[in-house]
Ligand binder design. Structure first.
Ligand SMILES: Nc1ncnc2c1ncn2[C@@H]1O[C@H](COP(=O)(O)OP(=O)(O)OP(=O)(O)O)[C@@H](O)[C@H]1O
Length: 584
């Protein structure tokens, strides 16, 4: 019914005390309202003077107004508290996603993140603002009405008291059924969001392959299944509301019949009978209201559970701080026995196995291997996103690191992944990524060096054109050149991690960009994962990966012509690639 984690929310005690006080005043107003109304009706029944009605009517109206005012006050207090907590949780969730990193997001799916941050938090808000006042109402309203009914007529009090556990019992049974269904429904909702986001992201591919209709059908069937599940949850919710209404109405009817008999046989006078009858529905009202909102609160409870699970997910440990001045000409990096395992891969499948690697000064190192050999995994490990298994030894300038998730290391690294992310902003703002305060002239120069000039000249707003999600579309090659411009603008980061940064460029454009990048490579440590063999001639060291293991490593001269892994790879790639390779 109520999620225990709510009690760990900040200032929850104060909030519950405020709501309890308001519920208590409201409960007193409900009793006063019933007293006023009963006294007025008794006065009319007894044909008393109109002046005898004044006081009871005044009590009734004042209590009625006070009761409504308490509703407004409770709503305001609960909404304010819910807003406060959502405002607190949103950045926490965002920070948690940042800490968990892209590997986690990749595993759980973008749709799940969207569900948590947008729909989930809205549902949590509804949950907090609904459940807290309902709980305090369920305590104080039945308690005060029961005490007064007992005081006026203890027999009616006993009937009410006996009915209460019975109603709670039915409520619990139906609530459990609704909860099981609602849990499943929430899981389906997350899955629906995931497949929807996936389909939207993959729409160009689906269209191109002519299978978008098939996916449309798939989305339709997933949403249809979701609709059916929602209907079955609503069915349970409606049944439980009906059952609650039925039992409470029955309880009131029993009291009415019972009081009627006692009135007829004269064992009770009108006022206590009337006030008991008027208070009986009020006694059950908070329970019925809670039942009505139970379905809405269940979704919120599930969402809160998901938020709690996300916040409790252990974040990859940030490696201990080191006394390090940054990468320099004399710097040394050694990786020994580095293994990496994807959490959802088979237990005995390592994506990286026993990696030994040495980098010194401004070395240029190529990582080469077939598709799926582990190049991106290694780059993500070097960028600090993938955490190596226990037993790995990483030594940076004589200091041991447990992983590359290390602020000083990451401050020294520029990373271009295969598909660099373009933020929804201007081209200039996207280029200023690492250096937000770079001058316009510097941005222009970096854009020119990255080969963006012709494209920018064709855009009416040039560098001020908005790009990214929902804005002007750009090609994969343009995105990669913007990423290169980011790197060119930054003169502080001495480590370049490139994961096929030219994969989307045609070979001619790639050569142009290569001429810009090569001088840059001279005063940087470069670790460059690539499929394009012509880069190898510019590299001091080549590492060949096969099935997550280093099968060969050395200079190009050492490895070529040995009939080893590099030669095999070159022979496999053959054709145009080999021609370019031979030319260089
Ligand atoms: N998130 C993931 N979960 C489980 N396995 C993964 C994940 N990402 C990659 N893998 C697996 O790890 C292995 C190495 O993948 P990786 O992406 O590092 O290869 P790659 O050499 O960069 O390939 P490509 O050249 O095609 O980009 C592959 O077998 C891949 O299926």
């Amino acid at each position: 019914m109520i999620d225990k984690s709510l009690f760990q929310f900040p200032r929850i005690r104060r909030q519950l005390m405020v709501l309890s006080l308001l519920s208590f005043i409201q409960a007193a107003a409900i009793v006063a309202q019933a007293i006023g109304l009963s006294r007025a009706l008794v006065a009319i029944w007894q044909l008393r003077k109109i002046s005898a009605l004044l006081m009871p009517m005044l009590v009734f109206f004042s209590a009625f107004i006070l009761r409504q005012l308490m509703d407004v006050a409770k709503n305001q207090a609960a909404t304010h508290y819910a807003d406060e907590n959502i405002t607190r949780l949103r950045p926490l969730i965002q920070q948690q996603y940042f800490r968990l990193g892209p590997a986690y997001l990749h595993r759980t799916g973008t749709g799940s993140a969207v569900t948590v941050v947008i729909d989930g938090l809205d549902q949590v808000k509804t949950y907090i603002q609904t459940v807290l006042p309902k709980v305090t109402d369920m305590i104080f309203v039945p308690l005060l009405t029961l005490i007064y009914v007992f005081y006026e007529n203890w027999v009616s009090g006993i009937v009410l008291f006996i009915m209460l556990p019975l109603i709670f019992f039915f409520m619990a049974i139906l609530g459990l059924a609704a909860r099981a269904k609602s849990n499943q429904q929430y899981a389906d909702f997350t899955q629906l969001n995931n497949s929807f986001v996936d389909t939207i992201l993959g729409l160009p591919t689906l269209k191109m392959l002519g299978v978008s209709d098939q996916y449309e059908d798939q989305i339709y069937s997933v949403s249809e299944r979701f609709r059916q599940k929602t209907m079955s949850v609503i069915k349970v919710a409606l049944t439980s509301t009906f059952a609650l209404d039925f039992f409470t109405t029955l309880a009131i009817a029993i009291i009415a019949v019972f009081l009627g008999y006692r009135l007829i046989d004269g064992s009770i006078v009108l006022y206590p009978a009337l006030v008991s009858l008027i208070l009986a529905p009020e006694f059950f009202l908070p329970i019925r209201q809670f039942g009505d909102d139970y379905h809405a609160t269940l979704n919120g409870k599930n969402a809160l559970q998901q938020v709690n699970d996300l916040l409790a997910t252990p974040v990859p440990p940030v490696a201990q701080a080191i006394d390090w001045a940054g990468w320099g000409a004399d710097s040394q990096l050694t990786l020994t026995s580095v293994d990496f395992h994807y959490p959802d891969a088979a237990a005995d499948t390592l994506a990286l196995h026993d990696i030994h690697l040495q980098a010194a000064g401004m070395a240029n190192i190529a990582i080469i291997g077939r598709s799926g050999s582990g190049k991106s995994t290694l780059m993500n490990l070097l960028a600090g996103f993938n955490q190596p298994q226990q037993g790995a030894r990483i030594v940076l300038d004589g200091q041991p690191l447990t992983s590359f998730n290390q602020p000083q290391w990451q401050d020294s690294v520029s990373y271009i992944p295969q598909d660099p992310y373009i933020f929804s902003a201007t081209i200039a703002a996207n280029i200023r990524f690492y250096v937000p305060d770079a001058s316009d002239a510097a941005v222009q120069q970096a854009a020119r060096q990255a080969g963006l000039t012709d494209w920018l000249a064709a855009l009416p707003a040039g560098l001020d054109t908005m790009i990214g999600e929902g804005q002007r579309g750009i090609s994969g090659g343009q995105a990669q050149r913007i990423a290169v411009a980011r790197v060119l603008l930054d003169h502080h980061r001495r480590i370049l991690l490139f994961d096929e940064p030219t994969a989307h460029l045609d070979i001619e454009t790639e050569y142009e960009l290569k001429q810009t990048l090569l001088p840059l490579f001279q005063d940087h440590l470069v670790i460059f994962a690539t499929h394009r063999l012509h880069w190898l001639t510019a590299m001091d060291q080549i590492i060949v990966l096969e099935h997550g293991r280093i099968s060969e490593q050395g200079t190009l001269a050492q490895l070529r012509g040995t009939g080893g892994a590099l030669d095999r790879l070159v022979a496999e790639m053959g054709g145009k690639q080999d021609a370019h390779f031979a030319e260089n």
